[in-house]
Design a protein around this ligand. Structure first.
Ligand code: FAD
Length: 294
């Protein structure tokens, strides 16, 4: 199939692009078309072609909560860039493009003397991805700071969703798969820069102590009600368990690490082993937080 997006400006298309280069797991086969979109007009046109040609598509942020299949993806993987990386503000409301990195947003709010988002320090990914999965840590989440978001659905319809309409809950939102969060409005609070910096440093330090380094997608499973997934996995003696190149971290039971040569199939087999063992030994059913691409 020839590249159907070749006539659209503000778009970059890579054919047979390895997804391993676009995910924090460093795993994944090739996407037939990897389409980077730099303007709103280009996004509308790309979505229109996807609809007209009935192509499967998947929107990727920074790929930090994704496991891409070894067989890759036979359709279009969309990634936002360009105007979607802009940050603007109106008084204490910061408007971040969907492709703004969490870290860049935090730096900008710190520079402007706005606090309230320090819990995000060290969470990789984009602001669009953070809203989609209601990213959070240390008892806070995007639900605490999100005012509204602009969402373009698969039909190209643009809607502004209020916080209530976004339905932000534990690692989930009402944003449909395939809909694109093009920007998010965040309610910030004026704060002393030094105190913001201190909170960020403390959170980064806590993460360094608790979380393992290495290629991963962060916590692999959601915490089941009343339990910490990592503790359950540890209690079941699964730390260090491995399949192929996929290993349960010795430091944190809820992290599956790609030791360098893992395939998605290894990660999936290890995750199944974890789920089965935890269910058998504790009666608790784990559910993946990480999303499968392909
Ligand atoms: C080392 C490490 C630590 C982590 N720690 C945490 C943590 O403490 N707390 C936490 O919540 N998460 C954590 N994560 C997971 C991950 O960083 C977050 O889930 C993050 O918000 C995902 O953003 P992303 O841009 O990488 O999204 P991706 O992984 O690219 O995509 C995730 C999902 O969001 C969708 N999506 C992405 N961008 C958009 C958009 N613009 N519009 C609509 N949908 C979109 C994708 O389609 C996909 O369904 C961690 C990950 C790593 C690797």
């Amino acid at each position: 199939m020839t590249n159907p997006f070749s006539r659209i400006s503000c778009v970059k298309v890579a054919v047979n692009e390895p997804l391993a280069s676009h995910t924090s797991f460093h795993i994944g086969g090739k996407a037939r078309f990897f389409v980077s979109v730099y303007s709103s007009e280009a996004l509308s046109r790309v979505l229109r072609i996807i609809r007209e040609q009935d192509l499967p598509y998947f929107l990727i942020g920074a790929g930090t909560n994704i496991l891409a299949a070894d067989s890759g993806f036979p359709g279009v993987v969309l990634k936002l860039g360009g105007v979607f990386k802009r940050i603007a503000h109106r008084d204490s409301v910061l408007c971040c493009g969907g492709a703004v990195l969490v870290n860049d947003f935090l730096n900008e709010s710190l520079n402007m003397g706005y606090g309230g988002a320090e819990f995000l320090a060290g969470i990789p990914g984009t602001m669009g991805g953070a809203v989609k999965g209601n990213a959070g840590a240390f008892g806070n989440s995007m639900a605490d700071i999100t005012d509204s978001a602009v969402v373009v659905d698969e039909n190209g319809e643009k809607n502004i969703l209020s916080r209530a309409e976004l339905g932000l809950a534990y690692r989930q939102s009402n944003v449909e798969n395939g809909s694109v969060i093009t920007s998010v409005n965040l309610m910030m609070k004026k704060a002393n820069r030094r105190s913001i910096q201190k909170k960020i440093a403390r959170n980064l330090n806590l993460r360094k102590v608790r979380h393992p380094a290495g290629y991963s997608a962060g916590s692999f499973f959601k915490n089941p009600p009343g339990h910490a997934a990592g503790k359950l996995i540890e209690t079941c003696g699964l730390k260090g368990a491995s399949v192929g190149g996929a290993v349960v971290s010795e430091k944190h039971g809820n992290y599956i690490i790609n030791s360098g040569k893992a395939r998605a199939a290894d990660v999936i087999a290890l995750a199944e082993h974890i789920k089965k063992t935890v269910r058998k030994k504790t009666g608790v059913q784990l559910e993946e937080e990480v999303r499968l691409l392909g």
